[in-house]
Write a protein that binds this ligand. Sequence first.
Ligand code: 8NA
Ligand code: MG
Ligand code: MG
Length: 302
Amino acid sequence: MASRLNKGFICVRGVCVCVLGILEYSDDTAMARCVVQSLLTRAGFDERDMARRFAKEYSASPGRGYGSGVIQVLKKLSSPQLSDVYQPARDQFNGRGSFGNGGAMRAAPFALAFPDPADVKKFAHRGAMLTHSCSLGYNGAGALDLPLKFISTLIIEMEDVESNEATLNDARILKEAEKPFCERLHRVSDLMHRSKVSIEEVISELGNGIAALHSVPTAIFCVLHCLQPRECLPENYGGLERTIAYSLALGGDTDTIACMAGAIAGAHYGIEAIPQSWIKCCEGAEDADMNAERLHMLYQQT
Ligand code: 8NA
Ligand code: MG
Ligand code: MG
């Protein structure tokens, strides 16, 4: 029996098969590629160069599924007269900034380029601020660049990240918990300790939406939940395959949640864990390989 899962994939006896050749990547990959190209070309973080690349990429290929808000920022970033590249993001949503997950979905390359975790945090934050100036948007990028540790360590680190006036203020205005990401990570921990958890429970406790708060903790949960085999997934799947398949099964903002969970799982399981048949379906897979090598060289130099 074969059932259609998504554009270009069919499921044959529990195994995903690509039937339509190369699948196009979405805005998540498009922006992450800009981050990579900028870090490599400038041999470090250069906000003007990164902003210019975001704008150029959007204008060359606008149909990759960008959020409706971020499109306005990308159009303004293309103006040669712009003196402060952070201003368009600050002006979003009546000056509050976007809390979408767009800053977090492109955080992974920072961790690959800088050996010092303080640099990773600082530059991932600044990179996210080019489009997402609400703390509930850019703090998501920080959470994803923390190394894969037990959830309790993540919570301690996020306590520190969220202990500032801007975050407390944004959380108050948006009627969220005092430290929103910490509160969600506690939910991740609770779910991990349950003997059984349904997809519906994960969605209702953590979310599967376009806000960073409703997708970054979800992605972290996907990675941790899929460290072990799960009944709902094919037995022959390894941890990385389980993580991606489980992220997609949650529905909602699938490209971004699978992108964030996949980045953490990829770092944990390594390149050998990615099936060749999946790599063959990905637009830009060869570039990714080459850029990873070059990022590693930059990492060793900095
Ligand atoms: P964004 O910055 O446009 O934010 C996403 C959306 O969140 C906005 O369009 C608003 O509706 C809402 N939003 C964000 N901040 C605020 C605020 N302060 N007040 C009120 N509403 C707010 O986009 P992004 O770069 O964060 O991307 C988010 C997601 O959208 C990504 O997952 C991406 O894949 C994309 N996406 C696009 C489509 C599509 O069909 N275009 C579908 C799903 C997801
Ligand atoms: Mg997307
Ligand atoms: Mg998305």
